[in-house]
Ligand binder design. Sequence first.
Ligand SMILES: [Zn+2]
Length: 308
Amino acid sequence: MMSHVQPFQLEGKPARGRIVRMHSVVDEILTKHDYPEGVATLLAHALILVAILGNTLKFEGKLILQAKGNGAVTSLVADYKSPGVEGSSGEVRGWVNFDPDLYEAAIADGLEPSREVPQLLGAGHLAFTIDQGVDTERYQGIVGLEGATLAECAQKYFDNSEQLPTAIKLSASRNPDGWRAGGIMLQHLASTGGIGGIGGDDAIIDVGENQDELWREGAILMASAKDEELQSADLSPEDLLFRLFHEKGVRVFDPVGLNVLCQCTRERIGAVLAQFDNAELSDMAVDNNVVVTCEFCNKDFKFAAPDA
Ligand SMILES: [Zn+2]
């Protein structure tokens, strides 16, 4: 599997986590949109983040990550839909809206992935939304764009919202054979689950009195993961976990595959257009057709204009 999530748990430490690798999936999404490199790298980080956190949902549903900023990137959306049936794959998609002139200015200032948030998004916020379906309430958590990277902003979200202490590392780059991205997340296992459902692996384990110290040891080992290890096509997640945590050991669970899948359909786009009146639709028409492009997958949907 070239794109998947690998859940794991450390032996003897109150910590559980996920490794995500995306090769074909992230390459397909980024290539379809043809974003410039810095924008594409930011979206790749968001896709890894949403897959890592979305995979911890304990129910069937969707995790949506939205960033709004006042910089070159004005909005970014990435979402993860959990597998419908056991053995099927999770689905990811995403898009970015950016200002090409402000992006060029950011490049001129020396754009670095380690400063992606202040350099590309600027000031704004990051929102995590959990959507369990039509008839249930949505849960939303929001944090300011206060970190240097998306990973740091997400960590701040966990710190500020009294959820489980969480360490996250994200990595992405363009290679001769296409885009590669990966990431790792380690979460403190406490006797109570997370609030609001993100990352609430609510196992109760007894590791004695030094819980926090053992957790910090795990987080320090995790932080030694290198970019090339996180993105690698050759190093398996099991081998990476062994490299990082071999002293105390690590247990792995069944991996979950990842696919690119957009939920756009002609019916859904048509329902959106039905909210406009005929005059508005005629204004939108070009050559007697109204063409709507899905922001996520770039697919065009063509409808005949009302007066055609
Ligand atoms: Zn679509």
